[in-house]
Design a protein around this ligand. Structure first.
Ligand SMILES: [Zn+2]
Length: 308
């Protein structure tokens, strides 16, 4: 649960100031529950490799990772607990549901009350048979649409958030449906300052990103590191423009590197250190160190501990 000055990690509650440099949307242990072989690329199930990646993140100053693998997406909480201890980092995990493609087969058969109880049970009693409690609640929507099942997940997540105060972090497929998500949550009585919309940079549309900030949500740039030939120039420009427009306090940067080809330890790249090394260097051509620190430390800390 989220309280002032505290954040909930897989190894218990810590003080806000111990969160440090935070990646707000990553995957460390994940296994999409679909038979399709194409999802093999999204499977990260080798604990030693994932641990090595986290160690590389810690070696360049990283302190906290929010692991966004929700219910029925191959979460592995004991592995995350061990990994956090071994690397002296904080890992925060999530409850809630993914977009429709990845929803559990039982999702559509349960009532909203039952779906709500499942999430509340994870929050109150612990997740997957452990005593690990979630630090965020997730829902997702599909590309360019919100399906009926996703509408149900939104209502369930909004209700659990209002009951507990735990912040909401969402999957916007290729950056789409952010405005619709925010409108739904607002109509359900959620204070949008407790909402983080992820993958917004994928839409590559700064006007859209500004509109979301205007609505009051936090937004996450988490598809950095895919266009290394131009050093993420488009995203860097977008961030600079959003800061100029006065939205610095609502911006987050993460890698969403939930794929073997992005992680050094699995033989890919650029790897978790990228944001704190090469990307940072690029960003500092357009902003000062304080602005970078704000996005990597203070904004995540405020979001995770429910400060507004
Ligand atoms: Zn993700």
């Amino acid at each position: 649960m989220s309280f002032w000055n505290q954040a909930v990690t897989v190894n218990g509650t810590i003080k806000t100031e111990d969160l440090g440099v935070t990646y707000i949307h990553e995957h460390l242990m994940v296994k999409p529950q679909l038979p399709d072989a194409s999802y093999e690329a999204y499977t990260l199930d080798e604990e030693d490799k994932s641990r090595a990646e986290v160690a590389a993140f810690a070696a360049v100053g990283g302190k906290t990772i929010v692991e966004m693998t929700p219910i029925h997406y191959g979460r592995n909480l004991p592995a995350l607990q061990r990994m956090a201890r071994a690397t002296r980092t904080n890992i925060i995990c999530t409850t809630g549901y993914h977009k429709e493609l990845f929803l559990p087969p039982w999702f559509s058969t349960k009532s909203e009350e039952e779906l709500y109880e499942i999430v509340m049970n994870e929050i109150v009693c612990g997740m997957d048979g452990t005593d690990v409690h979630p630090g965020v609640i997730k829902f997702g929507t599909s590309y360019g649409k919100i399906t009926d099942q996703e509408e149900r997940a939104i209502r369930v997540v909004a209700r659990a958030h209002k009951k507990t105060g735990i912040p909401i972090s969402t999957h916007c497929d290729k950056g789409t449906m952010g405005i619709e998500q925010a409108k739904r949550l607002d109509a359900l009585g959620v204070d949008l300052r407790h909402v983080l919309l992820c993958h917004i940079d994928s839409a590559l549309d700064v006007t859209y990103a500004k509109k979301l900030c205007q609505m009051g949500v936090h937004i996450c740039f988490d598809h950095v590191g895919r266009e290394l030939e131009n050093h993420d120039a488009t995203r860097v420009q977008m961030l600079a423009e959003l800061i100029d427009a006065g939205y610095l306090n609502q911006l987050h940067i993460s890698g969403d590197m939930g794929k073997k080809e992005y992680l050094l330890a699995y033989g890919g790249g650029p790897g978790l250190p990228y944001i704190l090394t090469d990307l940072k260097k690029e960003l500092l051509n357009y902003m000062d160190e304080a602005a970078f620190h704000r996005m990597m430390v203070r904004n995540p800390a405020n979001f995770l501990t429910g400060r507004v």
